[in-house]
Design a protein around this ligand. Structure first.
Ligand SMILES: NC(=O)c1ccc[n+]([C@@H]2O[C@H](COP(=O)([O-])OP(=O)(O)OC[C@H]3O[C@@H](n4cnc5c(N)ncnc54)[C@H](OP(=O)(O)O)[C@@H]3O)[C@@H](O)[C@H]2O)c1
Length: 293
């Protein structure tokens, strides 16, 4: 059990309504494993109090916090400094309080990249990547993949305007990466043929949409590595059908794990106990599955 006392260092997560988050499980397991007198708490904050909450984080001597929906973009004006990567992505998911200054980071893309490289043993340098979706998660992984030297990135999104805006962001910041942006009306067979990795960055496949597919699976080939950012369920319908087609697959749990591990490292300056954090996440997801029975 965690022991809370006068020396306990505080971390947590700000979002709203924050009914479901696995971050406390992930971080508290790591603190306990390393016998750190640290604690991670959920902090649901309503929009009118966002600025006050961030000031409170400083006043209450928190070491840092994570930021989740819907505030990843809205916190930026209240921060003293943000990393250049977070500025390009336009979103912050981790804040470090350093000498009463709030420093913003984004570890989502780094988390995806770590999972791609460590879990799927795939190096994106020079590779052709297809991302379905153009929201916040798509933006952070697209920027990380471009930074890692991807040769070609295609964005396919329901709303063409948003696909174009992400495409433009990539072109402006990474001129050596070839970029295409389209909606589902375009001829997708060509981009699927060109891609080595196909990533679902939409919520289609989770919760009430767990029986739906983000794109027609007929487009998948055995040569593809198919990634789904969704981690609940662990294996989405997309991944199940992709496997049946002979493709390799990667679920969203690794991204969740590694983005959390990166935040842990920023706050503690210690090597995150990855295996312990992964086990805690897997157990929590398994418990939830039985709970929902
Ligand atoms: N594993 C992890 O650590 C991790 C981290 C972050 C996010 N995620 C997951 O990534 C997914 C996207 O999150 P986000 O933060 O990027 O969300 P978001 O900013 O709301 O973006 C959602 C994207 O999905 C598209 N979309 C939504 N509903 C759709 C539908 N019915 N059909 C087709 N496209 C649809 C949207 O298209 P429009 O532009 O047309 O609206 C948009 O491109 C979620 O499932 C989230 O759980 C996982």
């Amino acid at each position: 059990m965690l022991r809370i006392d006068g020396q306990t260092k505080l971390t947590g997560i700000i979002g709203y309504p924050l009914r479901y988050t696995l971050s406390p499980v992930l971080h508290n397991a790591a603190f306990q494993h390393l016998s750190l007198n640290w604690c991670y708490v959920p902090l649901p904050v309503e929009r009118p109090f966002l600025h006050q909450a961030l000031e409170g984080i400083k006043a209450l001597n928190f070491v840092g916090i994570n930021v989740t929906m819907p505030y990843k973009e809205e916190v930026i004006p209240f921060l003293d400094e943000i990393t250049s990567y977070a500025r390009i992505v336009g979103a912050v998911n981790t804040i470090h309080v350093k000498g009463h200054r709030l420093i913003g980071y984004n570890t989502d893309g780094r988390g995806f990249l770590a999972s791609l490289q460590k879990d799927a043993k795939f190096d994106p340098e020079g590779k052709n990547i297809l991302i379905v979706g153009a929201g916040g998660a798509a933006r952070s992984i697209a920027v990380s993949l471009a930074l890692a030297g991807a040769g070609y990135i295609a964005i396919v999104n329901r709303t063409l305007r948003r696909a174009h805006s992400l495409g433009q962001l990539l072109q402006e910041n990474f001129p050596s990466c070839e970029v295409e942006a389209m909606d589902f009306e375009a001829d997708l067979s060509y981009v699927f043929l060109k891609a080595e990795v196909v990533i679902n960055a939409t919520p289609v496949g989770m919760g009430p949409r767990s029986g739906e597919l983000p794109f027609p699976v007929e487009l998948l080939k055995p040569k593809h590595l198919v990634c789904d950012l969704i981690y609940k369920p662990r294996e989405t319908l997309l991944l199940k059908l992709a496997k049946e087609k002979g493709a390799r697959t990667l679920g969203g749990l690794g991204m969740l794990l590694h983005q959390g591990a990166a935040a842990f490292e920023i706050w503690t300056n210690l090597e995150p106990p990855i295996a312990v954090m992964r086990k805690a996440l897997e157990e929590a997801l398994e418990e939830d599955r039985h709970g929902e029975g």
